[in-house]
Design a protein around this ligand. Structure first.
Ligand SMILES: O=c1[nH]c(=O)c2[nH]c(=O)[nH]c2[nH]1
Length: 286
């Protein structure tokens, strides 16, 4: 039996790239997911393990980050064309490049604060006990927010396993899950929800953060200040890490402009904020 190599391609899938454009105090973000796939003279690598024709997938990823720094990420079609043409014209062994880009939309929530388009879910849980008491818990999940500056993290415990460098300026991003407990029944749940949601956003955008824990407390506190009908707030905030990419091997600086948006693992910061006089729910209300 004789066999031969069929159609093939290879590349780096889902390079999560966030580009922050800083025009004075007002920032813009481009958040994309770049997948490159190359094909060409790839018989040898498959048949004999000779890698001479292979542009590593790691290089393809680096090129996406370096091109973001060099050219910016304008329209995703233009950025994709730039990358695809580069791979084919710079490497004779590469005959065809496929570049797929997904872009996640962000809406402005402040000069350096953004709320991700769509995906957000409004939630509620109610309890009713035979003693006549009802408890109404409202909330939201998957409210994704991001600050491009105004976030620090330093001064933490250091032990023999610590490698995290302290930072005075980082991207802070999270997907908010929040639940809040009403005192009795609230006149308008629609209005209450809008006010609580806005309070969460305002506190996230407006707090100069020294930790996500501090931001969490500020968000809960703001809801309780703005919404007297609410007595307790519980928040779960995954720290969606954005790591500045080291572009120095390519002779480029990176002044908090090009980030790798990591998927996992992530920090998970959870906590509650309650009024001093919050009535005891008497049970696990979440
Ligand atoms: O805001 C933060 N809180 C932490 O507890 C923590 N831990 C960590 O590694 N990064 C961060 N960031």
């Amino acid at each position: 039996m004789s066999v031969k190599l069929g159609p093939n391609r290879y590349g780096k899938a889902e390079t999560r790239l966030v580009h922050v454009v800083r025009e004075g105090p007002v920032h813009r973000v481009k958040d994309v997911n770049v997948s490159t796939a190359l094909s060409g003279d790839m018989e040898a690598v498959h048949l004999t393990g000779d890698n001479a024709a292979v542009l590593p997938t790691d290089t393809q990823k680096n090129t996406a980050y370096a091109f973001a720094r060099k050219h910016g990420v304008g329209q995703i079609e233009e950025f994709a064309l730039l990358l695809a043409r580069h791979f084919v014209t710079s490497q004779p062994t590469i005959h065809h490049a496929r570049v797929e880009i997904e872009e996640y939309g962000w809406n402005r929530a402040g000069p350096h604060s953004f709320v991700r388009d769509g995906g957000e879910v409004r939630t509620c849980v109610v309890h009713h006990d035979r003693d006549g008491g009802s408890t109404v818990v409202s909330g939201l999940k998957d409210l994704v927010v991001l600050n491009t500056t105004g976030s620090e993290f330093h001064g933490y415990l250091v032990d023999e396993y610590t490698t995290l460098p302290p930072t005075r300026d980082r991207v802070l991003a999270t997907a908010v899950t929040a639940r809040w407990r009403h005192i009795g029944e609230t006149a308008s749940y629609a209005q209450s929800y809008e006010q609580a949601r806005q309070a969460l956003l305002d506190a996230f955008a407006g707090t100069h953060s020294r930790s996500l824990q501090q931001t969490l407390y500020a968000m809960g506190e703001r809801v309780l200040t703005v919404c007297p009908e609410i007595c307790e707030v519980r928040l779960a905030l995954p720290n969606k890490h954005h790591f500045a990419v080291d572009l120095s091997p390519f002779g480029m600086d990176n002044d908090n402009e090009v980030f790798h948006a990591a998927d996992r693992p992530y920090g998970l910061i959870e906590g509650g904020v309650l009024r001093d006089d919050a009535p005891d729910a008497g049970f696990a209300w979440e």
